[in-house]
Design a protein around this ligand. Structure first.
Ligand code: GLN
Length: 483
């Protein structure tokens, strides 16, 4: 049963082959048995899951239907869940029970999804390896000595190991697409504003976006349907109608113009990944797509711009964790200043502290123009590059990451080496564009992802291209040994 996709589960539930309660019990037992190897969960919510599963079964018995009704999922532990620990992977929030549900959590629950637990993540979503969590590193089910990617590494490892069919993630600079690539999943970062950020603990507010992680594009469509939509509680949420994403999966790729940026194939890319990307291009050509070389000339400036803007916003967002209102408070503070300093010094881990310092520096009076303002100008140039490219093509295709999953600890002594792994993903966040990563093959037994980018609000196009590809390839069906 654990091999079923969301779409197959929906059919099985509709045909009364099994109940949501039965399925939930199977998966909870599987998590108890296998997750100790992976560490993909921070909290399990067994009681809630069984209550939700029974309620979903009752709704089905009353004639209700729906692709998510009774479907087991999990949430990255930065989505607020009422009465349940919402830690953000940090000691700072280890004792924090959210007083309300994030909009994404509430919407998926209303659609009948069953929450099995909260998944592990890099502390405050900062990282690409899921090693900065206060709750310990997450292991990649494809090779337990390797990282699963980050920051949504817990969601990725859990879904890849078939502990559950789908989970939520968030993507500020690649944190849905990169771990999806490194664990052989399909992951979608929607257009900025498509999915509400209300109750999603902020890392960098102008870049953060929640989205689905699953094994197939078909399942991402089901999840996105449950997550997307206007939310008056999020002033950056956009009031655009939500299309039927599952219905968009049947389009022909005949004549689809795919742009492949020449800058993507530079020296930093593992040549074995380059070959797999070229293979995926050939596959799409067979389906009727037309390939065109394009240029994104400002791409080289994306990492420096991102690693100014994201820490700047983080330093501001994380100022609310002061030891006074909620979260960790140090023992025996001597005075108010001591309380602030020690609560933050003891509550935040080293990567978070590094980002706060970089961000506060970039925003400080003497340096704002030199760093933050400059980075914002680069951001506009990057967006302009994409706008020009999308005048010529319908989709942009390339690798999701320059390398496959690295060994645990391999980049710990050099934060910049990890930042460079984000080179292909962060431009979509800087421009606010939707992006998807899907399985495209293996290097040394480790999964490789191909990334697709589309114009604003063309999530349906991304999902359709990925679905057509998945109808004609079987990379996404491979299961890691031992799971
Ligand atoms: N690796 C990037 C960072 O550390 C992206 C993280 C994310 O998307 N949340 O900032």
């Amino acid at each position: 049963m654990h091999q079923l996709t969301l779409a197959e589960i929906a059919r099985g539930l509709a045909d009364k082959k099994f109940s949501s309660e039965e399925l939930t019990k199977v998966l909870l037992a599987r998590i108890a048995q296998l997750d100790p190897q992976l560490n993909s969960f921070i909290s399990l919510t067994e009681d809630l899951a069984l209550t939700q599963a029974k309620a979903a079964d009752a709704r089905r018995a009353n004639g209700e239907s729906g692709a998510l009704l009774g479907a087991p999922i999990a949430h990255k532990d930065l989505f607020c869940t009422q009465g349940i620990r919402t830690s953000c992977g940090s000691k700072m929030l280890d004792n924090f029970k959210a007083p309300y549900d994030a909009t994404v959590v509430a919407k998926l629950a209303a659609a009948g999804a069953v929450t099995l637990g909260k998944t592990n993540m890099d502390e405050f979503a900062m990282g690409s390896a899921n090693e900065s969590s206060y709750y310990g590193a997450v292991k990649n089910p494809w090779n337990l000595e390797h990282v699963p990617g980050g920051s949504s590494g817990g969601s990725a490892a859990a879904v890849a190991a078939r502990l559950l069919p789908a989970a939520t993630g968030t993507d500020t600079g690649g944190s849905i697409r990169q771990p999806a690539a490194l664990t052989n999943l399909t992951g979608l970062k929607p257009t900025y504003g498509r999915v509400s950020r209300w109750g999603m603990i902020a890392y960098a507010s102008s870049l953060d976006q929640g989205g689905p992680m699953a094994r197939t594009a078909e399942d991402c469509a089901i999840m996105l349907q449950g997550m997307a939509g206007f939310d008056p509680n999020d002033s950056t949420s956009i009031d655009e109608p939500v299309p039927d994403y599952s219905a968009s999966l049947n389009g022909s790729l005949q004549g689809l113009r795919i742009g492949v940026p020449k800058e993507y194939f530079s020296a930093g890319l593992d040549p074995r990944i380059a070959e797999l990307i070229h293979n995926s291009v050939k596959e799409l050509e067979k389906l009727g797509a037309v390939i065109k070389e394009i240029s994104l000339p400002n791409m080289q400036h994306a990492i420096p711009a991102y690693y100014v803007i994201a820490p700047a916003e983080a330093s501001s967002n994380l100022s609310r964790f002061d030891g006074v209102r909620f979260g960790y408070r140090c023992e025996d503070p001597k005075n108010l200043e001591d309380l602030y300093k020690r609560s933050r010094g003891e509550g935040f881990g080293p990567e978070v502290q590094r980002r706060i310092m970089v961000g506060a520096y970039a925003l400080s009076a003497g340096y704002y123009d030199a760093y933050y303002l400059k980075a914002q100008k680069i951001r506009r140039l990057i967006k302009n590059d994409f706008m020009a490219a999308f005048n010529e093509v319908d989709i942009i295709l390339g690798p999701t990451t320059p390398n496959p999953a690295w060994k645990l600890g391999a980049k710990n002594s050099d934060p910049v080496a990890a930042y460079l792994e984000d080179v292909y993903t962060i431009t979509a966040n800087l421009a606010g564009l939707p992006g998807l990563s899907m399985p495209a093959g293996f290097v040394d037994g480790l999964p490789v992802g191909v990334q697709l980018l589309a114009p604003y609000f063309q999530e349906g196009r991304l999902l359709n291209v990925a679905h057509q590809y998945q109808l004609n390839t079987d990379w996404h069906t491979r299961t890691p040994t031992g799971f």
